[in-house]
Write a protein that binds this ligand. Structure first.
Ligand code: CDP
Ligand code: MG
Length: 723
């Protein structure tokens, strides 16, 4: 223990680097911290900065996270370490949910998306003294965008928002679990400026910075001074924090496993039956798989509890984004005596969250990923092979306590041949509509010339511009339109859903669309109980609307309100009470934003269509018309068994005129329209099933005529339908 310091856990490896980190941050505009997962970067560094005075004079320290679960759980942990209530000195802000006290919160964990949105109001990030961009190796879309902006703001460029230039006191810390460091350093190194003028500026800045650093070093003796030098080194500093890791032995299957969820459970049970100590961590791709695995593990736990001879009891625990907060915290509690934790997690446990006590990792070697095809404009979620880099990270989770084992549920030859080396940055496999919209709102007009850490495909950028034009967000000159563009950028919604909300004002159903957009944005509204699939289906059927999933969600929210927002009622109907509350908050926030931007009158309630749901469906069609699909009668087989989705084929409306694309879509079986055959639908998201189908989720039935009425510029001019 080091008695001089009050905050933090001094047993973590990063604590040994405390003085060095503070010195570098003081003297460099950008500091890159590389360190093994679990070394304390996320939880400790903000506390070092806090104690060194970086959160004085009303400033705040921001720590960005690609995942909301990480932001909320880590904020809770740090609040506990600092002995304060969550939401006071330490708080968090994620989309539609926060725990903050204005003027009091000093360390703020937030998703990178939320910080980007804050930049719209405050491009110079004036409330922050330090921005820690955490988990940079994940290369999420928002992280890459944030890094691009911080660089712009931090130095050269053609923009008017030179944040770090106009805020020379602002410090950026980038923290990464892997060796992306060189790439990041080069990217941020303004010494590599290309023009002579830029080089002169950079050289002058570096000379001044060196002088300042020398002065600072003599005056402060290497610890941070509360008032940072205003002209720090522009060349980023890199510091590597050694973690504590033990060797991990990797094992492969001898034969391929047809069902990796079952194989994972069997492997966990086999390990358990060896009766050696240590917790087990299973990596699966999503909530459904995790729940299935937990169900199976619970059966085994019951069976094994009845048989003698094992010293430990199995304790299965899930960990994924949609889990209620209390359950998320449960995985971090130390394993009770006599038990063995088996945590089934998504790749959130890969680097964002560290679980102590894990000795065995079971890795399905797959991950749920966004992927995007700019030719079709289809963005979907896909279960894809993991990268070798990620697999190495996952294996590393087994070596935290002592030498561990990692069981990869594939054959060694397949692992070597079929897994990509690294994960493609999300920027290069995403629909960029939302990102381009935000850049435009930040005043970056030429998005094609923006400097990226990994440039997105030009087709994807062009496609995004086309879609924004179709949504009337940008005009012929690719400039943001005053009425729609700026408003849409300010709404924390997917652009299509945001456009539907804006359209609902003139269609007289804003009251309904506010709730609907909020409900569609908060995830995991349904809380399926273990093994109660039928009961869940019956509960869903009570709210099901012929119009589709949007109106069904509206019905759910109305019924919950009519029942006094009761938690017991929600539970009886297999609804996630927290999600419903979050939707309520999201609704209020969206309404407030519309009012603030003069898009709704201050003093009147938003217009409502009461029981008539047609305006709501029209509003959805007006926003989501790019996601319109028509039923393909030529594929229909009326003799097929009822609900057989193979014959219920839909085609994207944008392509049917020319039949340029053979893509087939169908309605996902979670949709209330799954068994019906609406002639035309709009959807909110698409997921790709393992047999290649594009499955639409958040589906609403619409009239084809509405599309022509609401988007004549798209559905009349054949030139716009070309790929
Ligand atoms: O960011 P990095 O991976 O370097 O480490 P960290 O997230 O700061 O974690 C440091 C330690 O805090 C680990 O031992 C975690 O297990 C622990 N921790 C925890 O017990 N509960 C949390 N909610 C978060 C972290
Ligand atoms: Mg971390």
């Amino acid at each position: 223990m080091n008695p001089t310091y009050r905050y933090g856990d001094s047993s973590l490896p990063v604590s040994r680097y405390r003085r060095q980190i503070l010195y570098l941050v003081e003297n460099h505009a950008t500091t890159i911290i590389v360190g093994e997962t679990g070394s304390g970067k996320t939880t400790q560094v903000p506390q070092f900065l806090f104690e060194a005075g970086w959160a004085e004079n009303g400033f705040c320290i921001a720590v960005t996270q690609p995942r909301r679960v990480a932001a909320t759980t880590i904020a809770a942990r740090v609040a506990e370490e600092m002995g304060c209530d969550l939401g006071t000195t330490v708080g968090y802000a994620v989309r539609f949910d926060n725990a903050l006290t204005a003027g009091r919160t000093r360390i703020k964990y937030l998703t990178d998306g939320v910080l980007l949105r804050e930049m719209l109001d405050d491009p110079l990030l004036t409330s922050y003294s330090v921005i820690i961009v955490d988990e940079a190796h994940e290369r999420s879309l928002s992280t890459d965008m944030l890094l691009g902006l911080l660089k712009k703001v931090s130095g050269e460029g053609m923009l008017h928002v030179f944040v770090q230039r106009r805020r020379p006191d602002l410090r950026v810390i980038i923290s990464s679990a892997t060796l992306e460091a060189t790439k990041l350093k080069d990217f941020f190194d303004t010494g590599t400026a290309t023009t002579a003028a830029q080089r002169r500026v950079a050289a002058a800045a570096a000379a001044a910075a060196a002088a300042a650093a020398a002065a600072a070093a003599t005056s402060s003796g290497g610890t941070a001074a509360p008032s940072p030098p205003r002209d720090p080194h522009r060349t980023p500093a890199v510091i590597t924090v050694e973690g504590r890791t033990h060797p991990v032995q990797v094992h492969y299957l001898e034969h391929p496993a047809p069902d990796y969820t079952r194989a994972a459970v069997e492997a966990a049970v086999a390990i358990h039956c060896e009766d050696l100590p240590g917790d087990i961590l299973i990596f699966l791709t999503g909530q459904e798989e995790i729940q299935a695995a937990i169900g199976l593990l619970e059966e085994h736990a019951r069976r094994l509890a009845g048989s003698r001879g094992y010293s430990l009891k199995l304790m299965p625990l899930p960990l994924y984004a949609g889990l209620p907060g209390a359950q998320q915290q449960a995985v971090f509690r130390s394993t009770p005596r006599g038990y063995r934790k088996v945590v089934a997690a998504t790749n959130i446990a890969e680097t964002s969250l560290t679980l102590e006590g894990v000795v065995y990792v079971i890795d399905c070697c797959f991950v749920k990923q966004r992927c995007y095809n700019p030719l079709t404009g289809l963005e979907s979620l896909l279960i894809a092979p993991l990268s070798k880099a990620s697999a190495a990270q996952r294996a590393g989770r087994a070596g935290r306590m002592r030498a561990g084992h990692c069981f990869r549920l594939c054959m060694e030859a397949d692992f070597a041949a079929k897994l990509p080396e690294v994960t493609v940055p999300e920027m290069q496999r995403s629909n960029l509509v939302g990102m381009v919209l935000q850049l435009k709102a930040l005043g970056i007009d030429n998005v094609l010339k923006f400097e990226w850490l990994a440039p997105p495909p030009a087709e994807a950028l062009v496609r995004a511009l086309e879609e924004l034009h179709a949504l009337k967000v940008i005009d012929e000159d690719a400039r943001l339109t005053r009425d729609v563009g700026l408003a849409l950028a300010a709404l924390p919604l997917e652009p299509g859903l945001g456009a539907a909300l804006l359209a609902s004002r003139s269609l007289g159903c804003c009251e309904e669309m506010l709730t609907l957009a909020a409900m569609m944005s908060v995830q995991h509204v349904w809380a399926p109980a273990q093994g109660a699939i039928r009961a869940l289906e019956e509960a869903k059927a009570k709210f099901a609307a012929a119009e589709g999933d949007g109106v069904t969600l509206l019905n759910v929210h109305r019924a919950w309100r009519a029942n006094g927002r009761s938690a017991a009622w929600a539970q009886r109907h297999f609804l996630n009470h927290h999600a419903l509350f979050r939707a309520d908050e999201a609704r209020d926030q969206l309404q407030g934003l519309l009012r603030r931007h003069g898009l709704l009158p201050q003093d009147k309630p938003p217009p409502s269509c009461e029981r008539d749901m047609e305006p709501v469906c029209r509003a959805l069609a007006a926003g989501l018309f790019m996601n319109a699909a028509v039923f393909d009668r030529t594929e229909y087989n009326p003799l097929a068994p009822e609900g057989d989705p193979g014959t219920h084929v839909f085609r994207l409306v944008r392509y049917t005129a020319q039949r340029t694309h053979p893509i087939k879509l169908r309605i996902h079986n979670s949709s209330v329209l799954w068994r019906s055959i609406p002639s035309c639908v709009v959807y909110n998201t698409v997921q790709q099933s393992d047999n290649g189908w594009y499955e639409m989720q958040g589906v609403t039935a619409v009239q084809p005529d509405w599309l022509i009425e609401l988007a004549p510029h798209i559905f009349h001019k054949p030139s716009h339908t070309a790929v």
